[in-house]
Design a protein around this ligand. Structure first.
Ligand code: IMP
Ligand code: MG
Length: 179
């Protein structure tokens, strides 16, 4: 039913699971002595996050935040709109931010300095997908699932107009749907 809205399945659930397990293994190794506070950025990261944390073999903490950038057309204030903030102080914590997809970089390039100002012991970024061709502002990714070409993708947490988040795979949406 939903699959007919896709031009292509970019990654199957098996392919995603394999990559997520690899990322989790790397994270488990890197944070062995410093279990992280894993911060999911709502809402797109939730499917990725829930698979990822179940493969991390460490006593992690979990928190969430939700943010949106004002976009490149408005203001030069550099402000990020935090719609839901963390429920705790991150000073001295090892924070691992988890996001679904890095596109222009507008949101994260503003959110990361904001979080660093709270003086965490460390702050790293884990993203499932990166669209490097779309980057406007530089963002350093520490753990990356897949680098993809510039196309609009949905599924595995990612939406178009709040739909398709529940697809178990990552698909390319038919342009006719959003044009
Ligand atoms: P940006 O990096 O600030 O441009 O914004 C990244 C956010 O835009 C992501 O967290 C997604 O919510 C959304 N986004 C960007 N590209 C896509 C896509 O292909 N599908 C679904 N959401 C996307
Ligand atoms: Mg998002």
């Amino acid at each position: 039913m939903l699959e007919q809205d896709m031009t292509q399945i970019l990654y199957t659930s098996d392919q995603i699971a394999t990559r997520v397990a690899e990322l989790a293994e790397q994270i488990s190794r890197d944070y062995a002595d410093t279990p992280p506070l894993v911060v999911g950025i709502l809402r797109g990261s939730i499917v990725f996050l829930s698979d990822l944390i179940r493969e991390i073999d460490l006593p992690i903490d979990l928190d969430f935040m939700s943010a949106s950038s004002y976009g490149s057309t408005t203001s030069s204030s550099g402000a990020v709109n935090i719609k839901l903030d963390l429920s705790q102080d991150i000073r001295g914590r090892h924070v691992l931010l988890v996001e679904d997809i890095l596109d222009s970089g507008n949101t994260l390039s503003k959110l990361i300095p904001e979080l660093k100002a709270r003086e965490p012991a460390s702050l790293k970024l884990c993203v499932l997908l990166d669209k490097p061709d779309r980057r406007v502002r530089p963002v350093t990714v520490d753990y990356l699932g897949f680098s993809i070409p510039d196309s609009f993708v949905v599924g595995y947490g990612m939406d178009f107009a709040q739909r398709y988040r529940n697809l178990p795979y990552i698909g390319v949406l038919k342009p006719a749907i959003y044009e």
